[in-house]
Ligand binder design. Structure first.
Ligand SMILES: Cc1cc2nc3c(=O)[nH]c(=O)nc-3n(C[C@H](O)[C@H](O)[C@H](O)COP(=O)(O)OP(=O)(O)OC[C@H]3O[C@@H](n4cnc5c(N)ncnc54)[C@H](O)[C@@H]3O)c2cc1C
Length: 426
């Protein structure tokens, strides 16, 4: 490897999920020279909703309309939770900066000031979340007012069923009607996919045909709900144009993975982070890392072998848990895959899961991860920071069960904000 190929930077972010992308955004916006590396992340499975906190304690399934009050209760009960190391003002500032950036990247979100919003899911349940893509917002309004609403199913589409939604909601929202349509030019297909439909709807020809089919079934409905499929890179324009052609409010219903809103996030990051100066190695991985006193970290990046060496003053480790690849569950122990950092975990594999799959307390394996100090630095074996300039953010952090607490994206963004702030302070 020649010295010519060494790329020098202030901060390397490992991970291109929600936490890694937020960290790259915060660092580049503060003038740091940033390298970001990662393979496809959990993000393409995500619903696109931005949860901050909706449930605590998880065992009681207590729901919070005010996420900030929920966080106050959470940090009092669980002082080791990552949220306990961040001031509420900093969590709010990080989320606002993230949402402003996404709006600039063409992916606007809507939210209420100070309270969670209720949103209909593809299962027919109602979920409390903090912010929703603007293409889903009219659904929150329609749900609140119980407007006469037409839900669309597409023949051949799996994972979303308007019939199931109407069945679950029939007492709460009686004027929900159903229509099952063929997607234009995919008539007779035994299976259709939201990503393909979303890309097709970026063309006005498909929008015209779909609007004509929906209009014929409208019968006075004030709002129309569709699976999340209103375009990928220009969902705002696709939704506005289709709504105008139909002559009714139009909203997306968040669906099962793989998800179009998740793809939108991924593509928006890949477009917009390089535009603010991030050197992005997408679909690549860090193979090896070493640390030398006075020189910082040296990282080898590539697909099948090391193709690029990076020398970096600091690193934000945002490699996720098991799906992302930051943690690996071996036969006996869970290990951290890059730095071999100590992982907080149950003493024994037999304690990873409780006996009942649906135990309301969740499973201990879902709170495993890295323990950190107040500057978001992972602790080494001696309980001191493993490296002065190594920080961690996102789902790899211990003492949190983001799926049950409904805090996935909020936790990722807030901890990324705190990690970058700590790097700058040190
Ligand atoms: C099915 C599903 C639904 C979700 N729904 C919601 C929701 O409704 N609301 C919400 O708020 N959140 C939701 N989330 C959560 C959210 O999208 C994020 O997954 C979560 O916040 C964790 O993000 P992360 O960045 O910490 O980890 P991940 O998304 O797992 O990202 C880890 C990254 O690290 C990279 N990586 C790992 N090892 C290496 C290596 N050696 N070299 C380079 N890169 C590496 C991976 O390639 C990946 O890019 C959902 C997630 C899933 C999976």
């Amino acid at each position: 490897m020649s010295a010519m190929r060494v790329l020098k930077c202030d901060l390397t972010v490992i991970g291109t999920g929600m936490a890694g992308s937020a960290a790259a955004l915060f660092a580049a916006s503060r003038g740091l020279k940033v390298v970001q590396v990662g393979r496809s992340a959990e993000i393409i499975f995500a619903s696109g909703l931005l949860d901050v906190l909706a449930v605590h304690p998880v065992a009681e399934k207590k729901k919070w309309r005010d996420p900030w009050a929920g966080i106050r209760a959470l940090v009092q009960d669980c002082p080791a939770h990552p949220y306990a190391r961040i001031q509420t003002g900093a969590i709010k500032a990080g989320i606002k900066e993230f949402l402003d950036f996404m709006e600039g990247a063409g992916l606007a979100y809507r939210r209420h000031a100070g309270r969670n919003v209720e949103i209909l899911t593809s299962m027919g349940t109602v979920k409390l979340t903090h912010a929703v893509p603007e293409t889903m917002w009219p659904g929150a309004e329609a749900l609140k007012k119980k407007d006469p609403c037409l839900l669309i199913d597409f023949r051949g589409l799996k994972g979303v069923s308007a019939r199931q939604i109407a069945q679950v909601q029939k007492r709460r929202w009686p004027d929900l009607r159903l229509a099952c349509l063929e997607f234009p030019e995919m008539e007779g297909f035994s299976e259709v996919y939201t990503e393909r439909m979303a890309r097709a709807l970026e063309s006005s020809r498909y929008r015209h045909k779909l609007a004509t089919a929906i209009k014929a079934r409208l019968a006075g409905a004030k709002a129309v709900g569709l699976p999340a499929m209103l375009g990928i890179s220009n969902s705002r324009q696709v939704a506005a144009d289709l709504a105008e052609r139909i002559g009714a409010g139009l909203f997306e219903i968040p669906g099962m993975p793989p998800s179009v809103p998740g793809l939108r996030l991924k593509e928006a990051f890949e477009r917009s982070l390089p535009a603010i100066g991030v050197t992005l190695f997408s679909q690549e991985q860090v193979f090896d890392v070493s640390h030398k006193e006075g020189r910082g970290f040296v990282l080898g990046i590539g697909r099948a072998e090391v193709e690029q060496t990076v020398q970096s003053k600091g690193v934000v480790l945002a490699t996720g848990r098991f799906i992302g690849g930051g943690l690996h569950a071996g036969r006996q122990r869970i290990r951290e895959t890059l730095f071999n950092l100590p992982v907080y975990q149950p003493a024994d594999r037999r304690c990873w899961h409780r006996k009942e799959f649906l135990d309301p307390r969740g499973h201990p394996i879902n709170s495993t991860g890295l323990q950190i100090d107040d500057l978001f630095r992972p602790l080494g074996k001696n309980k001191q920071p493993a490296f002065e300039m190594l920080f961690a953010a996102g789902s790899i952090l211990a003492h949190q069960d983001w799926i049950r607490a409904k805090c996935g994206s909020g936790l990722a963004i807030a901890t990324a904000f705190a990690a970058v702030d700590a790097f700058l302070r040190i």
